[in-house]
Design a protein around this ligand. Sequence first.
Ligand SMILES: Cc1cc2nc3c(=O)[nH]c(=O)nc-3n(C[C@H](O)[C@H](O)[C@H](O)COP(=O)(O)OP(=O)(O)OC[C@H]3O[C@@H](n4cnc5c(N)ncnc54)[C@H](O)[C@@H]3O)c2cc1C
Length: 395
Amino acid sequence: MPVTPPETSCGQQAQDGGTLALLADCVRRLVDEVLIPAEARLEQEGGVPEDIVCAMREAGLFGLTVPASYGGLGLNRHDEVRIVFELCRASPVYRSLIGTTLGVGGKSLVTAGTDAQKERYLPRIAAGDLIVSFCLTEPDAGSDAASLRTKAEKVDGGYVLNGTKRFIGNAPEAGLFVVMARTDPQSKGADGISAFLVDAGTGGLHVGPPLKKMGQAGAHTADVVFEDCRVSADSLLGGEEGTGFRTAMRVLDDGRIHMAAVSTGLSRRLIDEALAYALDRVQFGKPIAEFQLVQAMLADSEADWLAARSMTEATAKRRDAGENVTREASCCKYFATEALGRIADRAVQIHGGYGYIAEYPVERLYRDARLFRIFEGTSQIQQLVIAREMIRAAR
Ligand SMILES: Cc1cc2nc3c(=O)[nH]c(=O)nc-3n(C[C@H](O)[C@H](O)[C@H](O)COP(=O)(O)OP(=O)(O)OC[C@H]3O[C@@H](n4cnc5c(N)ncnc54)[C@H](O)[C@@H]3O)c2cc1C
């Protein structure tokens, strides 16, 4: 069934009205009136249906953080997290479609792209006409990403890429791949890694079939293989070799704050589902919400959610003020994703047997939630970063 997006584009309203509150309100309505009601279609139709993509495009969601000079809304981090809190009350599959665009790949382009690269790609990204994939992980390089082996060999007029990238989000629908590859074969670490902007359809770039996942059905993840894939010299991000990995690390703090916001939004949804069910479900002659052991689960979830939301907003504000927030961003990603795991588990518990049955959204959201503790830096990697920063500051 086709959807009717809220009357005016959210982005347009926000720009006209000049307030974030308007945009947040508009996204809230989009979530409640369009995105949540269409969640069942994500798995049935094997992806986000085109009419929903149009509604998201109309709302300006693809260009949230793209600078206004390139047609985006140019939100700062604090405003971005507030919109993401709202958006991510709906299935995380919707966010996934804009996630690799607004995430490390797109932000690398905003941060380090040449003027020509920005002109070429950012307006289409902001308009929702170009999906970006970020290709870092490899079969033998996951948490230890700096050990990646994909090669970019310099040839006359450009480079030739060879290697395999694993678990690449949005690869089947991407029009642009931001690819980390080693330009200096002598270097084993980060210094020899450069970033390339590779258009879909370039000869030698192959996207594998979508992988079958535990959750987030409708969001596509696939291998991307480069076989003698030739790109021009102006595909080198920022026009400089050896800076790609460092650029990705520079925007990583933003990515961690973003993932914390995503987890906080999904946590809110799970709590709302659990509370509504607890008020409705009657056992021993009263709603289960009146039993104190159920109340304890609700209260623990609410406290987890508020803590995650508060630390994410505070860190985003400090980042906007130009502070180094590496330790805090990892704390946010670590805490908010682990809190989401606890909240999802309690939501299923409050639903009893019905929480285990696919008819209820918490069954699906519980599986969807598991990913956030794994990708964009596992919880263990966040712990290492936090401790490293603490020790560095103390010395
Ligand atoms: C659905 C999905 C989408 C993804 N999307 C993308 C994408 O778009 N682009 C992209 O580049 N990547 C993507 N990834 C990859 C993701 O970022 C990696 O899976 C993640 O970084 C972990 O790497 P790994 O799977 O190789 O696990 P490993 O690094 O092998 O880790 C296995 C376990 O060992 C632990 N571990 C590893 N090193 C240490 C250490 N030093 N100390 C303590 N514990 C350690 C880890 O915490 C983990 O528990 C995606 C993954 C999934 C599943």
